[in-house]
Every structure is written in C-alpha cells, then in structure tokens.
Design a protein around this ligand. Structure first.
Ligand SMILES: NC(=O)c1ccc[n+]([C@@H]2O[C@H](COP(=O)([O-])OP(=O)(O)OC[C@H]3O[C@@H](n4cnc5c(N)ncnc54)[C@H](OP(=O)(O)O)[C@@H]3O)[C@@H](O)[C@H]2O)c1
Length: 291
C-alpha cells in the first residue's frame, strides 16, 4: 500500500480505500460484504468510507462487523447527513453512528453535503465539540466548494479541516478547476469518490466507459501496454494528483484485487495526456449544491 498524510496532520492514510455505498441494503449479502471489506483490509485498504445515509445505517453496521477485531488498524470515515446538521443533530448523529459502528471513536467525520437548512456555524461548532470529547479525531466535509470551506474553517478556529470528499473521475474533472487546486494549496486532503463514475452527477449517471465504445477502446489500448485493465488505468490516473486519495467501492473480491493492482506503477505523461484529451476538462468548476 502507498500512504500519504491526512491534511496537515501527522497521520498516514492509504491512498486507496474502500467505499461502502450500496453496502448493507440486502441482509443476504451481509456475509459477502464483510468478507470483501476484510479482504481489502488484509491487503492494506484500511481506509474505510461509510455514511449514516447508506442503507439507512445498514452500511455502518456492516463496517462495524468487519472491523471488530482490527479497529485500531482502521482509518474510519463516516458522514453526518445534511438534514442532521443542527448543533444537536450532529452530536446525536455521531453517537448513533458510533453505536452502529461498534466503536468509541470516528477517525474522520464529514459533513456529507452542504446544508440548505442549517447554518454552517452550528454544524462546525458541533464538530469541534465532538473532537474535544474524543469521539472524533479529525473533521472534514464533502461536496464543499472553496468558499464554503473558508466559512467552515473560520468557525473551526484551531481545529483544521483535514479533508474534502468530492466526486472525481475521467468523465467528471470539474474539481480540477476549483476544489483540487484550492485544497492542494491549503493542505486539505481531497478524497475522490466514484472513481469509476458510478454515482449520479450533474453529467448523469454515466458509469464506466463500456466495451464497444471508442473511449473504452482507447483506455483498453493504453492499459494493455502496462498489462493492466481500463479500471486500473483510471485509478492510477486519478492518483497522479498530489494530495489526493480515492475510495472505490467493490463488493467483489476480484474487483478489490484488481483495484490493488492499480498501485505500484507509473502512467507515462504521454499516456495521461492521451486520456485527458479523450475526457477533456470542462470549463466550469464543481458548483455548490445544497441539501
Ligand atoms: N460523499 C459523497 O457524496 C459520496 C457520493 C458517492 C460515493 N461516495 C463514496 O465513494 C465510494 C465509491 O463511489 P461509488 O460507490 O459511487 O462508485 P465507484 O467506486 O465509482 O464504482 C463502484 C462500481 O464499480 C465496480 N467496480 C469496482 N472495482 C471494479 C473493478 N476493478 N473492475 C470493474 N468494476 C469495478 C463495483 O462493482 P462491485 O461492487 O460489484 O464489485 C461497483 O459497481 C462510495 O461507495 C462511497 O463510499 C461518496
């Protein structure tokens, strides 16, 4: 595994973690999901991302099961939903997450989305309280623009925001225009979600370029030079960015094995440039979206 510092902290986190959206939705899949997470953990993917929102707490329960005997080796990230971002709401949400995760602390607690309903001042004050109580180690946000990060940081004072989790993949490079350079400049880790483009976005729910498309043929061609798959190529391309980690989600052990092999080799600048001309950077940055 390759590690890098979280924000301006002294903590090292793996550059490749495990997402858990869609985990915990079907109780018949629980065993397989726990097995998949544990396989990833045993192979160094000890950064685990979940959220109270995923399967209404179901994903956190699966994670809680999977990390029972190795909690201290895990860097655990979970998120408070935008609707729970009042002062009291954040504290209660964190306590409920801790119970589902069967742990006494969250390593990194994120505000999942900017809230249209609750003042950022309240949310961040509650985040600070959770750190002071020892229930949370580091504070972060998700889907935040630079302007909103500035507002959050102003409330947090001495508690430095360590991370902004945002969508980033070949088909959606908008963060390169605003969030990525801002966070790199401030020493805030960017945690790239949906590295294969599976979550719905402003560009639609695209998924990964399918076999038979021109885009996929080019990706397959470049990947074959390195004896890799197009998915591994996509992850390796994402991880070229400084100060960034990513959290692909996979329920299949083969997919996890595959993703691990996205590390340990270097994409040439020429090949990266060819990929980037196929998936050009749009004009705009990631806009503010509130829930
Ligand atoms: N903060 C936010 O607002 C936000 C939003 C979206 C996502 N997230 C986080 O980011 C994580 C990742 O994003 P995501 O779940 O949207 O999608 P993703 O990681 O881009 O893609 C997941 C899909 O890719 C498949 N896959 C994984 N590895 C593969 C491989 N090597 N080859 C072929 N297919 C592969 C998975 O299949 P299998 O599962 O069948 O193996 C799954 O269908 C989430 O799980 C969540 O933790 C955060």
């Amino acid at each position: 595994m390759i590690y890098q510092k979280l924000g301006k902290t002294e903590v090292n986190i793996p550059v490749l973690g495990q997402g858990t959206w869609k985990y915990g939705e079907n109780k018949h899949e629980a065993k397989e999901e726990i097995k998949a997470l544990r396989f990833g953990i045993e192979n160094g993917m000890t950064l685990i991302d979940t959220a109270e929102e995923y399967a209404k707490g179901g994903a956190e329960r699966i994670v809680g099961e999977a990390i029972q005997d190795c909690r201290k080796d895990i860097f655990l990230t979970t998120k408070v939903s935008a609707e729970n971002c009042s002062y009291q709401g954040v504290i209660e949400a964190a306590e409920a997450s801790l119970e589902r995760l069967k742990t006494t602390y969250i390593d990194l607690y994120l505000q999942h989305w900017p809230s249209a309903e609750h003042e950022i001042e309240e949310t961040m004050r509650a985040m600070g309280y959770l750190v002071e109580k020892g229930l949370v180690k580091y504070i972060g946000v998700s889907n935040f623009t630079p302007e909103l990060i500035e507002e959050a940081q102003a409330v947090l004072g001495n508690h430095l925001l360590a991370c902004n989790q945002v969508g980033y993949h070949l088909n959606d490079r908008r963060i390169e225009n605003n969030i990525l350079p801002y966070c790199q400049g401030k020493g805030i880790t960017v945690m790239a979600y949906s590295p294969f483009g599976y979550a719905p976005s402003f560009f639609g729910n695209q998924g990964f370029p399918q076999p038979g498309t021109k885009e996929r043929a080019v990706l397959d061609g470049i990947a074959s030079k390195y004896e890799k798959t197009a998915y591994q190529l996509a992850l390796n391309w994402i991880l070229r960015q400084e100060g960034l980690v990513t959290i692909p989600k996979a329920k299949t052990i083969n997919h996890i094995k595959n993703n691990l092999e996205a590390l340990g080799w270097k994409l040439s600048s020429d090949d990266a440039a060819q990929m980037e001309s196929l998936f050009p950077k749009p004009q705009e940055g990631l806009p503010l979206q509130m829930f």
